[in-house]
Write a protein that binds this ligand. Structure first.
Ligand code: PHE
Length: 349
């Protein structure tokens, strides 16, 4: 009799639990059911702890049944819990939908320093004319920076090109012209058409127009029958591509030890179109680069017969072109990384 009564009780507890769990809403209500059916004071747990009072032959069966029921209820609760959690997450995700029509926060995109914009533009212009880009070391020997360019020791031209010396014969190059000598020696008598953009150094007091470090683009063409007309045509094309079709050039006689004849190249002032203004100091022209026909001594020293070969060379100051192009008033601004400066020229670049 006793046993029968208990059995009915257990199966009733189980079906009640099943119904409760099935119809429960919300995780906190489920937590309450967990307490009701599985906590220490729940019916099942109370019956379990009362097993000891049963006669030994009944204890085993009753114990198994109680444990089974408890495990089943625990499993049902677990299933329901994961179901409810899923539902809750879905609800939350729906509520938190992102509104993609809202304007995004402003992301500040950097710009290219106008120095590099101009350097790349100059390079492109010459690449389109069939030049190749050559390279050379910034730490040079006295031999390549001076001697092989027809500037022997004690030559007065060295005064204008004082620099940083690493040792007596090793220095930071004062111009990109040593790349002329390197290229000629490597080409071993074959025709040459190169440009070389690169950093150069001089002992200068830094001010609005001088910097101890600046940059040049060297140009060198060597072949049979090269004359100064080729130099002029090349530079004219460069100036028109860089500064616009309206710009004219003027060659003025000048002096460099490694070119003969040597020229200084001016362009008509963009501000006044050649009439004369404060920007060009009333002359109508602004100087932009130096060049000339490669000196026979330089050809000879670097492996070319000046009776067979001739050539022209030029050196363009990159900052100078950028300053003219953008109307920048201080060379130091290129190197200071002031974002206000970089922003100012971002659009134009
Ligand atoms: N190297 C010269 C300078 O720095 C420029 C130059 C290059 C002149 C090539 C003539 C030929 O002033």
């Amino acid at each position: 009799m006793e046993e029968k009564k208990e059995k009915i009780k257990i199966s009733e507890v189980y079906s009640e639990a099943m119904n409760d769990i099935k119809s429960v809403f919300g995780l906190d209500k489920l937590q309450e059911l967990k307490v009701k059916y599985l906590a220490k004071k729940s019916i099942i747990m109370t019956l379990l702890s009362g097993l000891g009072a049963l006669p030994p032959e009944e204890r085993k069966e009753a114990g198994q049944e109680l444990n089974q029921t408890r495990n089943n209820i625990a499993k049902l609760i677990e299933q329901k819990e994961s179901e409810l959690r899923k539902e809750e997450l879905e609800k939350k995700l729906k509520k938190e939908e992102i509104d993609i029509t809202l304007p995004s926060r402003n992301v500040d995109v950097g710009g290219v320093n106008p120095f590099y914009v101009v350097k790349d533009e100059i390079t492109d212009i010459f690449l389109n004319m069939g030049f190749e880009v050559a390279d050379g070391p910034e730490v040079e020997t006295d031999l390549f920076n001076f001697e092989l360019l027809n500037i022997p020791k004690d030559h007065p031209a060295r005064d204008m090109q004082d620099t940083f010396y690493i040792s007596e014969n090793v220095l930071l190059r004062t111009h990109t012209s040593p790349v002329q000598a390197h290229t000629m020696q490597a080409a071993e008598g074959k025709p040459i058409r190169i440009i070389c953009p690169g950093k150069t150094y001089r002992r200068d007091d830094d001010d609005a127009t001088h910097s101890h470090q600046f940059a040049q683009i060297e140009g060198l063409v060597i072949d049979k029958n090269i004359n100064i007309g080729h130099l002029k045509a090349t530079l004219e094309l460069f100036v028109k591509k860089m500064f616009g079709e309206k710009r004219e050039i003027r060659l003025r006689p000048s002096y460099f030890p490694f070119t003969e004849p040597s020229v200084e190249v001016d362009i008509t002032c963009a501000n006044c179109n050649g009439k004369g203004c404060s920007m060009c100091k009333g002359t109508g022209y602004i100087e932009i680069l130096g060049g000339g026909m490669v000196h026979p001594n330089v050809l000879k020293m670097n492996g070319y017969d000046p009776d067979v070969y001739s050539g022209f060379a030029f050196g363009i100051g990159i900052e100078r072109v950028a300053i003219l192009r953008y109307g920048i008033d201080d060379i130091r601004k290129f190197y200071q990384n002031d974002v206000r400066f970089l922003h100012q020229y971002k659009k134009k670049a």
